[in-house]
Design a protein around this ligand. Structure first.
Ligand code: ZN
Length: 785
């Protein structure tokens, strides 16, 4: 796009200056989106003043932004240029949908430019097909014209960025995790779209009548064996003897190489400057967008009947089950239980069972004495940068016994109390209807029976709700178990965590409850204090898991790789059997080394926290380009690692990173019955977010969540997986198409930049054809990908 502008402006003798053109590209359509029939029906109900464009036309180009000596005839050319840019976006869409043969794919880039040059704007606007595909929204766009200079002289910048993205694509593909189509097209220079027509009826919410009634399939009896920390599947005995693995994965050594490459690029000076400038540009561009379009966005929202922020879907993308209730709720629950079930045997002391009454007698407490202050589970100023103190807050009244009784799934009473309080939380969520949560349950890897116990707990106590999906968190506590002689080496921990999952995939009848329970598990989380000391970088000499028997904890990325590696094989196995696959969604970049974010970038579907991205522009830019979800919890950070006013969330959101708001631990951080709303409320007030910003965060939270596609379609629109305005249904998301369009066009533009070195090369090639004296050796055409 920008190149075309450059040529056009150059043709008008304006190549000396770069300027920002602001253009109200007023079209004849209504200003709310009409991407479905419902929207079209409501368009007729829009009040007259909203659909009237006269007000907009006046603002078309306001005086302070025009260059005073601008020739009037150029004004027309500017308009044409802007229209052509809009057309190019439409053409991209057209091209994506067309079926290209291999030949045309290789020439597509050049054809596109030629096509764009030959457009007669008036003819295009009249063209029925184009304008219907165009679905062009009417808002004020910010365009940059002129030569793009910074970094252009160094093609390595683009090569490095593309290679980093390509690496992520490889890891995502391998594990059946997601990678955006837009980025794929840039990396592979193709215009193919993997768009598939929709078949789901999304008007009615999907109903799961009996969640535990799932048919148990046949057993396969494959041979499973853990080798160098990764469990492998052998289909037959012959395969096993011939060492013919059913599924393979990118080896650990390649991961080490990839990490090294990433470490090099995030410290590369010119690349850092480039990414920093692009990110700054994104901030300023967004500010201009808001300045110009805020009122239009607001009007679009007001024009939508029924929908407002309260009844748009919001998913709490990062919340731990053991702390998902607020402190008042836990207190009430404990008091109620002491009163009504005082004679329950709840724990063992010196081999002797104790009743709940005896436990509280030994603490010298009655239910009347208990108060929130006494419970002392809330984080306060003393927990700042003290993760150890924060961890202690999980123990009500400082008693680990009470945590064991009330907040564990695997205890003397088989987690009955915990199931009950969770069900109360689920009821609250169901009542509020528009809030969902992805609760984290723990698997520690101390013994192989943990999964079965967890599944039994869920099924026996019927802990299920449509509003909740499970993520399994694995605490990085190998060093503790090793010190207590529970484990002999790291491989044992991996085996305890993953072997039951392979077994249940192989022979579902061997763990029927687990097979059923896994339907509602969407991924893995890796948790612990990231600020703990570790050596973040490791090389090929590092000890493999079966030899890792000292008491030192493996580094963060080592944990992450082995979780990922086992998940890859497991996912291939599960996919082949037609079962659901899992994703990796670790805590990452909350504190500690920035290298954690490299592990997250390469291996994870999306991450929680990501605070440290503010210090690493290259990674932040890459997280933007590949739209990796970041579940941020500013209130949690405020108590632990970063003061609220310094939180980078508003900056990330303004730049267009895929950010959502989550609560982390309502027990420790929140005061009200609706912690997620509390989180939104505080963010909105402190950072002065608009209702459009809030809707954007809410939509992001649904997009990055692990809920099934049918749920997402019901919540945010049938075509949510499509790109741009087409993927947004304002009737459901309350998010104006203007904002979606802005994000989409901006991201396309940034991705297009990644081919700047190609463009320079093409341009120079063209010049060299006409100018025979041009030296060919200076052409930067070497490609890394
Ligand atoms: Zn957390």
């Amino acid at each position: 796009m920008i190149e075309h502008m450059e040529r056009l402006v150059r043709g008008s003798d304006l190549k000396k200056e770069n300027e920002i053109l602001m253009k109200a590209s007023v079209l004849d359509d209504d200003e709310i989106e009409e991407d479905d029939e419902v929207a079209a029906a409501t368009a007729s109900k829009i009040p007259r003043d909203i659909s009237n464009h006269s007000e907009l036309s006046v603002k078309e180009i306001s005086a302070p932004y025009t260059v005073p000596h601008y020739p009037i005839e150029l004004e027309e050319q500017k308009k044409i240029a802007a229209q052509q840019l809009a057309q190019q976006i439409a053409l991209k869409e057209l091209e994506e949908r067309a079926i290209h043969d291999e030949e045309s794919i290789s020439n597509a880039g050049i054809q596109r430019i030629q096509h764009a040059e030959s457009i007669d704007p008036t003819a295009c606007l009249a063209g029925q097909t184009t304008s219907s595909i165009l679905n062009q929204l009417d808002f004020q766009r910010v365009y940059i014209s002129g030569e793009y200079s910074f970094g252009a002289e160094d093609p390595k910048i683009y090569q490095s960025l593309r290679r980093a993205m390509r690496l992520r694509e490889i890891y995502m593909q391998e594990a059946f995790q997601t990678f955006p189509e837009m980025a794929k097209r840039i990396l592979h220079r193709t215009h193919k779209s993997s768009y598939q027509p929709e078949t789901v009826n999304y008007d009615e919410p999907p109903v799961i009548a009996d969640p535990w009634n799932i048919k148990i399939p046949e057993d396969l009896n494959c041979i499973l064996k853990i080798e160098d920390g990764v469990i492998h599947v052998y289909k037959t005995k012959e395969d096993f003897e011939g060492k013919k693995r059913a599924y393979n994965l990118r080896p650990f050594n390649n991961f080490i190489e990839d990490m090294k490459f990433m470490c090099n690029i995030i410290t590369d000076g010119p690349l850092k400057s480039h990414c920093y400038k692009r990110l700054a540009y994104l901030t300023y561009k967004y500010q201009l967008h808001v300045l110009l379009n805020e009122m239009n966005e607001l009007r679009s929202q007001k024009a939508v009947p029924h929908r407002d922020f309260y009844n748009t879907r919001k998913v709490d993308t990062h919340i731990h089950a053991a702390s998902c209730m607020n402190q008042k709720h836990l207190l009430r629950f404990i008091k109620k239980t002491i009163k009504t079930r005082r004679n329950d045997y709840v724990c063992l002391e010196n081999g002797k069972p104790l009743t709940l009454e005896q436990v509280f007698d030994s603490l010298n407490l009655t239910s009347y004495d208990l108060s929130v202050d006494m419970l002392d589970v809330h984080a306060d100023r003393n927990t700042f940068h003290r993760f150890d103190k924060f961890n202690a807050k999980y123990n009500p009244i400082g008693e680990s016994r009470l945590r064991e009784i009330f907040l564990k799934t695997d205890n003397y009473i088989k987690g009955v109390y915990f199931a009950e309080i969770l069900k109360e939380v689920m009821n609250d969520l169901e009542e509020s209807k528009y809030q969902q949560a992805e609760l984290r349950l723990s698997i520690y890897g101390r013994k192989p029976s943990e999964w079965d116990d967890l599944a039994k707990w869920a099924l026996t106590n019927n802990v299920y709700s449509d509003t909740v999906r499970w993520i399994i968190q694995i605490p990085r506590l190998y060093d503790v178990y090793r010190a207590n002689k529970i484990l002999e080496n790291f491989e044992q921990m991996l085996e305890n965590i993953f072997m039951p999952l392979f077994e249940v995939t192989n022979n579902p009848n061997s763990h029927p409850e687990l097979h059923v329970f896994l339907h509602y598990v969407t991924g893995f989380d890796s948790v612990d204090d990231e600020s703990k000391h570790e050596n973040p970088m490791f090389d090929k000499e590092i000890t493999l898991p079966n030899k890792w028997s000292d008491e030192e904890n493996p580094p963060y990325n080592y944990y992450l790789y082995y979780m990922y590696a086992n998940m890859v094989i497991l996912n291939h196995f599960r996919k082949e059997r037609g079962f659901n696959t899992l994703v990796l969604r670790p805590h990452c970049g909350e504190a500690g080394n920035i290298q954690h974010l490299i592990g997250g970038f390469l291996l994870a579907e999306n991450i929680s926290h990501g605070l440290l991205l503010r210090k690493v522009p290259v990674l932040q830019y890459l997280y933007y380009l590949t739209q990796i979800g970041i579940a941020m919890s500013p209130l949690s950070n405020n108590s632990l690692f970063l003061n609220y006013h310094r939180n980078p969330l508003p900056e990330f959101a303004s730049r267009g990173l895929c950010v959502s708001l989550s609560t982390d631990d309502p027990l420790q951080f929140h005061f009200t019955k609706e912690p997620l709303m509390e989180e939104y409320s505080i963010a909105t007030q402190v950072w002065k977010l608009s209702s459009c910003d809030m809707s954007e965060l809410a939509r992001n939270s649904v997009l990055m969540s692990g809920f099934p596609a049918e749920f997402k379609q019901h919540w945010i629109g049938a075509n949510y997986h499509r790109e741009g305005v087409e993927g947004n249904d304002i009737q459901r998301t309350n998010l104006p198409g203007i904002r979606v369009s802005y994000r989409y066009e901006t991201l396309l533009d940034e991705l297009d930049h990644l081919r700047s070195d190609d463009k320079n090369w093409e341009r120079q090639k063209r010049t060299s054809v006409t100018d025979k004296t041009h030296s060919k050796s200076s052409l930067p055409h070497k490609r890394l990908i």
